[in-house]
Design a protein around this ligand. Sequence first.
Ligand code: RIB
Length: 290
Amino acid sequence: MTIYNLGSINADIFYRVPHLPMAGETLSAVSMERGLGGKGANMSVAAARAAARTVHIGAVGKDGLWAKDRLTEFGVDTRHIHVAGTTGHAIINVDDQGENSIVLLAGANREITRDMVGAALSDASVGDILVMQNETNAQAEAAKMAKDLGLRVAYAAAPFEVAAIEAVLPYLDFLFVNQVEAEQLSIAMGKAVHDLGIEHVIVTLGSKGSIWYNQSLSASKRFASHKVTPVDTTGAGDTFTGYVLAGLDRGMPMEQAIGLATKAAAIMVTRHGTSDVIPDLKDVQDHFGG
Ligand code: RIB
């Protein structure tokens, strides 16, 4: 099976700072690094590193061809990454506790056309997965197209925007939200996230693990996290989502897929960076055994 990812690709520029800057504050960074990122790219790399066939649908500018090359090196199918405009980028401040604040410029990520999505999905088979986040355009069109073709549709609601979720909601099989997003969504919709009519809702709780709500079983299950000392939480959620979907794509039951994803995310928070440092299955095995 295959995971199709309509996803952002960013140049991530990381500043290590003693604390996250306050309004009006000028702050000296300790260091600066650049790398491949974007919630979409991170999920594609995670899914590929978890051994799922992964096709990325997206766009970079001519200044971002290195990002496309890097995704190819990670084993992602990049034939549906187009060249348009200027590559998206993210300014990421990371403090001494590993917390971050991110400023995004979408650039080429919002220049994806319906035809680009259609061309990629024309190769898809029933049961494949389409995953999206809220850093590109064309999500609702892609979700409808995918559903009509018999794909399973997953959405990670970040950056959070109620209208963007409402547009894809009728098509979703999987919704990934963190605790803050779950609360925001629940207030906006006037009901709990597990009452939105979505078969699988996964709420990530950072160091407290995650909860999976399953509509058909009317059940929920809590997953504990692994104790680690975090140095940078950036991209951990994307790693978790990519790993869960890769596990499901490879035929794992949800509990097993979440278990594997929880391990990968735990390793991820002990590393500085995003796509470039996402663990592969061997890293997970070396770290946790099994
Ligand atoms: O989730 C982390 C990602 O958010 C970063 O890679 C950055 O590019 C932004 O998209």
